[in-house]
Design a protein around this ligand. Structure first.
Ligand SMILES: Cc1cc2nc3c(=O)[nH]c(=O)nc-3n(C[C@H](O)[C@H](O)[C@H](O)COP(=O)(O)OP(=O)(O)OC[C@H]3O[C@@H](n4cnc5c(N)ncnc54)[C@H](O)[C@@H]3O)c2cc1C
Length: 280
């Protein structure tokens, strides 16, 4: 196979336009596993490793802008973690130190696995994904990128350039359950984000549906049930009611990791705990 290693975004897009069947590789932690198991036999790889425009993060107004090549390790930078705590909590659960050092947010988005750990925080925060091709740039809601299990909404020749999300406006949580405590694919995960000023709660679920799921009914119900004026903990019946409504929003399946029933139960427990932690 041939490997192309451009050093600018413009060159990368031109190389991709020249042959849209090219396989893009960022950290390689998904692509190279697929090659090893021969689920993928690319003839041409386009490495983003030297495209510096895709690296780093910044704050623009009230938004955090993460380059597509931002790694999980970089998300743990305390300054960045304070701006997007749920994403940092999710990053902490990803793989091993080696995977966190090389796996990227852009790769997680493009893989579009229902178990992708960066995805529930991004969905709960209504993140916007910036993509580019030689034809120009466009921005789309993260939910429009996640079109199906391991299917993304990129057009041929498009790259994920960055993802934009609001600076935390209240408590945030990410909780995940798997068959062990580390190096584990989620059986169920839950991201909860609170916007105190807007009196809004966002919640998104991983591994309990074909894509990362939002929970609009549970969010609206709990936003009404929270006593925003007091600093009191959420009453147990509110936490339990939220957990039940989140579980009802799940669309899990049985597979070799867990049954649908267990996943639905687990995600309800995670949602309840996340709410209790957000309003201690
Ligand atoms: C041992 C191990 C443990 C893991 N643990 C976890 C875990 O706990 N949680 C989790 O969520 N994931 C986990 N993963 C999966 C993987 O690490 C993540 O999905 C990671 O975010 C992929 O990023 P990457 O940069 O390595 O992607 P790559 O493998 O480089 O690419 C993944 C896909 O995205 C495409 N792509 C990459 N960058 C772009 C871009 N900028 N624009 C367009 N397309 C792009 C590629 O073409 C490919 O289809 C694990 C993987 C391994 C091997």
């Amino acid at each position: 196979m041939s490997v192309v290693v451009p050093t600018s975004l413009e060159d990368a897009l031109a190389e991709l336009a020249a042959d849209p069947s090219t396989t893009v590789v960022a950290g390689g932690t998904d692509v190279l596993v697929e090659c090893t198991y021969r689920h993928r036999r690319p003839e041409r790889l386009l490495s983003l490793r030297r495209v510096d425009e895709l690296r780093g993060w910044s704050v623009d107004g009230g938004e955090v802008v993460l380059g597509a090549r931002t790694t999980y390790g970089e998300l743990l930078d305390p300054t960045l973690a304070a701006l997007v705590p749920a994403l940092a909590q999710a990053a902490r659960t990803v793989g091993s130190p080696q995977i966190r050092a090389t796996g990227t947010v852009g790769g997680n988005l493009a893989t579009a696995s229902p178990a992708g750990d960066a995805l529930p925080p991004l969905v709960a925060l209504d993140a916007v994904v910036d993509v580019a091709s030689t034809a120009g740039r466009r921005s789309l809601p993260v939910t429009d990128l996640l079109v199906g299990p391991k299917r993304n909404g990129l057009e041929p020749g498009e790259l994920v350039v960055a993802v934009r999300l609001p600076v935390a406006a209240g408590p945030q949580e990410f909780l995940k359950v798997g068959v062990r405590n580390a190096m584990v694919i989620a059986i169920a995960s839950c991201a909860l984000v609170v916007d105190v000023a807007a009196r809004r709660v966002g919640c998104a679920l991983g591994s309990v549906g074909p894509v990362t799921l939002r929970t609009p009914d549970a969010e609206a119900w709990v936003a009404d049930a929270i006593d925003w004026a007091s600093a009191a903990p959420v009453p147990p019946e509110v936490a339990a009611g939220f957990g039940e409504r989140v579980a009802a929003a799940a669309r899990p399946i049985d597979d070799h990791r867990a049954t649908a029933d267990y996943r639905r139960h687990a995600v309800g427990v995670l949602a309840r705990r996340a709410l209790e932690r957000a309003f201690p």
